[in-house]
Write a protein that binds this ligand. Structure first.
Ligand SMILES: *Cc1c(COP(=O)(O)O)cnc(C)c1O
Length: 396
């Protein structure tokens, strides 16, 4: 059996997105800036896509700026807010300890440029406390950037409450909604969001397209200089087929959000219930306030990477917060921020589902993971040491 359970890393194109993109690649090849008929066709398609994205975000079309990806939108929002703040003598930025590297590494770069960064703790359940945010906001705070939902443990932050607090305090609020978009309701006006990043490939659109929403009235500065595209704020000929496919996929995801969430969260809960039966396992992140599709666990006594390789051999595509993809052996900053010790954080597994996953696939995962965990434990010296202290749950 083959199971793709890594939808938080990226998703497959939806048939709608694929159809839209293929048609656009063939027929909408004009440059939206051209005055002739092909240009006008392209400009109309771009306008339509912008209106669709705005509609489902509760925004106005002129508040949408298409970008090359979610990372670009995050970089743009943070640098813009930091430099705008610095002009008024505000050089303090607030974020959380579990942001995506697109945010954390940009903040680290800004720190080197003389900005001061406060990272809010998230406690055992992976959620920031409003009191901590309130206490951290200072007269010289230029920006609060807190993600809507976490990509590793799926926890959902109280974005509307954060937005309200920031608005009251007169501080700009940006949210990285890359993991939330298409899966959780977004209404930038009702949630008091000033800036928001999203990316197409996390909701069945192609990779390499995203957007930054920036509330009207905020004088956004360009991040990439050049032509007059995106009202002079983001130069470069628009990736129209990708933008059109993203709008189609976003509309589809938002229209089906409730039904998808019901199906996916039922599968998620079945997985959680089954995996919790594995001895010395623990769910990471809040049980209730989590994305419909994300299941995240730590299994003591094993390495996340070995687990992934074995699952891959069994046909299951999953992910781990402890994969040393970057050549680093450190476990994920997200799991450490939950207060988990290194040795436990090392044995992490993330299964991320989407509406294409089936109950049969979940049953297959529940058959494979406990077996693989057991096999790895039986080979693991760490587990061996643990079993000198505890009764061996596999002994019978
Ligand atoms: C995937 C992801 C990003 C990066 O988006 P890209 O389009 O891949 O650059 C940023 N933030 C979060 C929370 C993500 O899950």
């Amino acid at each position: 059996m083959f199971v793709y359970a890594d939808n938080a890393a990226t998703t497959a194109l939806s048939p709608t997105a694929l159809r839209t993109m293929t048609a656009a690649l063939q027929d909408v090849y004009g440059n939206p800036s051209s005055l002739h008929r092909m240009g006008r066709v392209a400009a109309a398609a771009l306008k339509g896509a912008r209106e669709t994205m705005a509609k489902y975000l509760g925004a106005k079309p002129e508040e949408i700026y298409f970008t090359g990806c979610g990372t670009e939108a995050d970089n743009w929002a943070l640098r813009f807010a930091a430099y705008a703040g610095a002009k008024e003598g505000k050089k303090h930025l607030i974020s959380s300890a579990i942001e995506h590297h697109a945010v954390l590494h940009t903040l680290a770069a800004l720190e080197k440029e003389g900005f001061e960064v406060t990272l809010l703790p998230v406690y055992e359940n992976g959620i920031v406390h409003l009191e901590d945010l309130e206490a951290a906001i200072r007269p010289d705070t230029a920006l609060v950037s807190i993600m809507y939902a976490n990509n590793e443990i799926g926890t959902i932050q109280p974005v509307a409450e954060i937005g309200k607090l920031c608005r009251e305090k007169g501080v700009l609020f940006h949210t990285d909604a890359v993991q939330a978009a298409g899966h959780l309701p977004i209404d930038v006006a009702a949630q008091n969001i000033d800036m928001l990043s999203l990316s197409g490939h996390k909701f069945h659109a192609p990779k390499g397209v995203g957007l930054l929403y920036c509330r009207k009235g905020i004088r956004l500065r360009p991040f990439i200089e050049g032509g007059a595209q995106e009202r002079g704020k983001r130069a470069g000929t628009e990736a129209l087929p990708s933008i059109m496919a993203m709008a189609a996929a976003f509309a589809e995801s938002c229209e089906n959000m409730k039904a998808n969430a019901e199906h996916v969260s039922r599968l998620r809960d079945k997985l959680i219930e089954g995996l919790e039966k594995i001895p010395f396992s623990r769910l990471t992140g809040d049980r209730e306030k989590r994305l419909p599709g994300i299941v995240s666990f730590c299994f003591e006594g094993i390495e996340g990477e070995s687990l992934l390789l074995r699952l891959d051999m069994a046909g299951i595509c999953a992910s781990s917060g402890s994969a040393c993809t970057s050549g680093s052996l450190d476990p994920s900053h997200v799991l450490l921020a939950l207060g988990l010790p290194h040795e436990i954080a090392h044995g992490s597994l993330r299964l991320s589902l989407c509406e294409y996953n089936t109950e049969e696939e979940v049953d297959y995962i529940l058959e494979q993971v406990p077996q693989v965990v057991r096999t790895l434990r039986e080979m693991s010296p760490v587990w061996g040491h643990m079993m000198e202290k505890y009764p061996n749950p596999y002994a019978d």
